[in-house]
Write a protein that binds this ligand. Sequence first.
Ligand SMILES: [Zn+2]
Length: 101
Amino acid sequence: MPFCPKCGNEVANTDTFCNKCGTSIQEIPAEGAGTKVNQVAYAVLAILLGGLGIHKFYAGKIGMGILYILFCWTAIPGIIGLIEGIIAVTKKADANGNIYI
Ligand SMILES: [Zn+2]
């Protein structure tokens, strides 16, 4: 049973909105909403190896990963990777420790 992210009210798997506070329940993201990754693994890879796009390869975004490698000498991918890692940390993981990026 999922729980409402706002009020903690238990909601049915089929519910789209929390019947207590009306918050939209996004347990199952729509198609193309994001890739499911392990939060800790993704954040660590992004922060430590973000400049090489390793977190992108981990997330299955091969094209983006190659782009990061091509531009790794500019240090820009490293900065973006660091930011992406921080964003990943601030995201609320599901019961299995996964986030959608
Ligand atoms: Zn609620």
